[in-house]
Design a protein around this ligand. Structure first.
Ligand code: SF4
Ligand code: SF4
Length: 431
């Protein structure tokens, strides 16, 4: 194997070793070790690309310990693109079989077999709920050893009545002002069906006709983050094909609204993901330009649509509210002000600031499952910041963050409700 086929050397050359990124990096803050920070990771990638270091198990471990939170990108004066570099590097590790056999088998089952198939996700979620309710899942580490250690940490599956896909079409309430597509997703309908329904409900109340094509499934973000770029490209093509024909009322391509920051950030980069595919590169670029976060779309819509929907209503919230910036919303998409401005328009949501709200909560896709101890330690720092605010509601916009914070506040004994932004707006509409 050519080292340069594992790491794209050109991308690593931008780093000027200034160190400005170090204290933004959750793994560097945790360990104080250079190789566990952005600058060290870039150095290791460059050493492999230049043939000075073997891409051995130690190298793979350092690469897999990165949360892909992209906080380092937001402060880097050289414009380093850690997310893309890391996906490329992990893609190389994946292609060249640098993982243990059991790990490759588990990833094939999870990423290739299950996630793209809604029916299978649904059946397995039902089985997992049974195992969780019966207590069987707590025996997994004893039965499976270290390979079953992550199972008790899997999120609680809600009852069947709360799971399920969105309707293919939801009409606008009152006069129709526009038409949008909404990504239903792969695990969202299972774990966060209520967030998806709140998203559609808010959009419809603001005068948008909402389409969610049943044949769309997983956007492929988890696959890309974990180096399975082939599957990520295949799922990107499927997502584009399912949504791209939707037109707005004026005949222009309709916006595609995404309520999961990780998915939205990834879908906005479809153009780059499929750049080398002549049949899809233009379609991918055009589609990516239509992707908007839920908060971005509402904040860019005429003020009177949301204000009219919220008029005379107030959200039933226990006390002060904090906004937690999901990494893939602030660092990945540059969306920071819109969620705050929306929260400030909800009567009953008294917003207070969360210190270092752009710092990662430690969720990071499957990181909280593959690295439970550092993930919990990273979250502990964030929980201390949350406790200092006195907030009773934490609002965020990514399923992984929502699960991570909810588990954290339970563990810390904080009386804080964790909600998605769409749930807060939906709650106000329910008033
Ligand atoms: S992406 Fe996050 S975890 Fe990875 S090097 Fe950058 S700051 Fe550190
Ligand atoms: S901030 Fe950017 S240029 Fe500076 S050390 Fe970090 S990655 Fe390198």
């Amino acid at each position: 194997m050519e080292p340069s086929s594992l790491v794209e050397a050109a991308r690593t050359l931008d780093c000027i070793h200034c160190g400005l990124c170090l204290n933004t990096c959750p793994t560097y803050r945790l360990t104080g070790v250079e190789s566990a920070g952005p600058r060290g990771r870039v150095h290791l990638m460059r050493a492999v690309a230049e043939g000075e270091l073997e891409a051995d198990a130690g190298f793979a471990e350092e690469m897999n310990a990165c949360l892909l939170c992209r906080h380092c990108e937001s402060v880097c004066p050289s414009g380093i693109r850690m997310g893309t570099m890391m996906e490329f590097t992990r893609g190389g590790l994946e292609r060249h079989g640098r993982r243990p056999l059991w790990s490759r088998a588990a990833r094939w089952l999870g990423f290739r077999l299950v996630l793209p198939r809604r029916g299978l996700v649904s059946v397995l979620a039902g089985a997992l709920r049974l195992a969780q309710r019966s207590g069987l899942v707590r025996l997994a580490p004893a039965l499976l050893g270290s390979r079953g250690a992550g199972l008790p940490h899997l999120p609680g599956v809600p009852p069947a009545s709360e799971r399920g896909a969105l309707p293919a079409r939801t009409p606008a309430q009152g006069e129709t002002h526009g038409r949008v597509g909404v990504l239903d997703g792969c695990v969202m309908p299972i774990l966060f069906g209520r967030v998806n329904r709140a998203t559609v409900r808010v959009l419809a109340a603001c005068g948008f006709e909402v389409h969610s094509p049943p044949r769309a499934t997983c956007c492929g973000s988890l696959h890309a983050h974990n180096g399975d770029l082939e599957a990520a490209r295949s799922l990107a093509r499927g997502t584009i094909a399912a949504h791209e024909d939707l037109l707005d009322l004026d005949g222009t391509p309709a916006p595609i609204v995404v309520n999961s920051a990780g998915c939205g950030s990834h879908m906005k980069e479809y153009g780059e993901l499929l750049a080398d595919d002549p049949a899809w590169s233009r379609r991918a670029r055009d589609f990516a330009a239509r992707v908007v976060d839920f908060s971005e779309h509402l904040a860019a819509s005429p003020d009177d649509l949301l204000d009219a929907a919220l008029s005379g209503r107030s959200a039933d919230l226990a006390g002060p509210v904090v906004w937690d910036d999901p990494c893939h919303l602030c660092h990945g998409q540059g969306v920071r002000d819109q969620p705050r401005s929306l929260l400030d328009r909800v009567s009953g949501a008294e917003r207070v600031d969360l210190a270092e709200s752009e710092s990662c909560c430690g969720s990071a896709g499957v990181y909280s499952l593959t690295h439970p101890e550092p993930s919990a330690a990273i979250l502990d720092e964030r929980l201390t910041a949350l406790a200092a605010t006195g907030a009773k509601t934490l609002v965020t916009a990514n399923p992984g963050c929502q699960l991570q914070w909810a588990a954290g506040v339970r563990r810390a004994g904080l009386e804080v409700e964790v909600l998605h932004l769409a749930e807060v707006l939906g709650r106000a509409l329910d008033d």
